[in-house]
Design a protein around this ligand. Structure first.
Ligand SMILES: Cc1cc2nc3c(=O)[nH]c(=O)nc-3n(C[C@H](O)[C@H](O)[C@H](O)COP(=O)(O)OP(=O)(O)OC[C@H]3O[C@@H](n4cnc5c(N)ncnc54)[C@H](O)[C@@H]3O)c2cc1C
Length: 382
């Protein structure tokens, strides 16, 4: 197996890295501290083509493959873009726009994808509910047929981008007795009667992404807004999760690269006991561990991405293995970076503090580490 990048891929990653470092990351500290979605960051990502990266050129995107999307994610994280901004990108591009591209009718694609590709419209995907997270198939939101359309009732929670979204892909069940076979996806536009969002949550990390509840109260949705056909929602949700597991680990890899740069510089500059702290083996080992994580995480992320690029179905075992490894170990390594900085690592002043808080989400969102372990053990014990 050859995981080396082409010259073109390396140049692309470098270009995104420089743009992220020079144009985007200077805006991230304020957005994180305020805990607010930044339309300036959003515009910057849109102008550079990041928001429409995997969407086809004919619909306003760049037509990039999955590995290229991972390279972009890695470069954004490495360039110091905060976890909230990359999370907003992922929910918009992969969970909303790409699902419409994969399952939408020609008319739905023409209507929504071009505006999502540029970032003029912001999108989100609402699957999780207050009573159903890991067991997402047990969602309680109902869709009852009325005339040529449906009436939706229920609520969603923890929905990334919901407070700022123009386009919502939401899941409801048309017949609970069919369990996951009744789950249906609907496209709902902002302003639709009966659709509302809660106040943005205050979060530990990824604070510049706007997260809230979504309420559906007698929300009438026309039949042409069903995405992918009645009863196909569970497959669509899994498709979103697949993209998530493929691509959203790459910014975590990027954040580890960012931390490594920061830690190496700090270890050279900071002196204690009359010597730079790089002289101490405890510090050296932490730096080595972060580098070892980066190498292993990169292999896992690139392997999953290139398999999906070759048209293979995502292997649930390798996707779960890479997610649990990147999520759990990534958080541990983000903690080691804080440790290298000592007390300064505990302060907002250095991005290692933010990277530490942001890293926690990888073991929760898109399937917790426990669920990933459950998948791995089920396959091993079959
Ligand atoms: C910042 C953020 C953004 C998010 N964005 C979105 C979004 O855009 N769209 C969306 O639909 N959802 C989103 N989510 C929801 C996310 O996917 C869920 O939080 C996640 O799937 C876990 O569900 P839960 O929070 O209900 O936890 P629960 O499922 O209640 O789990 C609680 C604990 O129990 C453990 N547990 C549960 N079941 C098992 C089991 N069978 N075996 C072992 N342990 C188990 C879990 O691992 C966890 O430790 C987001 C969440 C966060 C925090």
């Amino acid at each position: 197996m050859d995981f080396s990048l082409t010259r073109e891929q390396e140049m692309f990653r470098d270009t995104v890295f420089r743009y992220a470092r020079n144009e985007v990351s200077p805006l991230c500290e304020e957005a994180d501290l305020k805990g607010e979605f930044s339309f300036d960051i959003w515009r910057k990502l849109g102008e550079f083509g990041i928001l429409g990266l995997p969407l086809p050129e004919s619909l306003g995107g760049s037509g990039a493959d999955i590995l290229t999307c991972c390279l972009a994610g890695e470069a954004l994280g490495h360039g110091g873009v905060d976890g909230g901004s990359v999370l907003a990108w992922g929910a918009h591009t992969y969970l909303c726009a790409h699902n419409i591209l994969d399952f939408g009718t020609e008319e739905q694609k023409r209507k929504y994808v071009p505006k999502l590709a540029t970032g003029e419209w912001i999108g989100c995907m609402g699957l999780t509910e207050p009573g159903s997270g890991s067991d997402a198939a047990s969602l309680r939101t109902t869709a009852v047929k009325k005339g040529g359309g449906y009436v939706l009732n229920g609520s969603k929670t923890f929905i990334t981008n919901a407070p700022v979204s123009d386009v919502f892909v939401v899941f409801a069940n048309v017949d609970h007795s069919r369990r996951h076979e009744g789950i249906t996806a609907f496209i709902i536009e902002k302003g639709a009667p009966g659709l509302s969002t809660g106040k943005p949550f205050h979060k530990l990390g990824c604070r510049s992404s706007a997260t809230s509840e979504v309420f559906l109260e007698d929300c009438e949705v026309p039949g042409e807004n069903v995405l992918g056909g009645e009863g196909k929602g569970w497959f669509i949700a899994l498709n979103g999760v697949e993209w998530d597991r493929c691509t959203l680990l790459s910014p975590l890899l990027g954040a580890a690269l960012c931390n490594l740069d920061l830690c190496a510089r700090y270890a050279n500059e900071r002196e204690q006991f009359g010597r730079p702290i790089r002289a101490f083996q405890a510090v050296q080992h932490r730096i080595a561990d972060i580098k070892i994580f980066i190498e292993a995480c990169r292999l896992a992320v690139y392997r999953v991405a290139s398999a999906k690029d070759r048209g293979q179905m995502l292997n649930p075992l390798s996707a779960a293995v890479s997610k649990v490894y990147a999520g759990d170990r990534g958080f541990e390594m983000a903690s080691e970076a804080v440790q290298i900085f000592g007390g300064y690592g505990f302060m907002h002043e250095y991005p290692v503090e933010r990277n530490f808080r942001d890293a926690k989400l990888a073991a929760i969102g898109g399937g917790t580490s426990d669920i990933m372990r459950m998948i791995v053990s089920r396959i091993m014990l079959m």
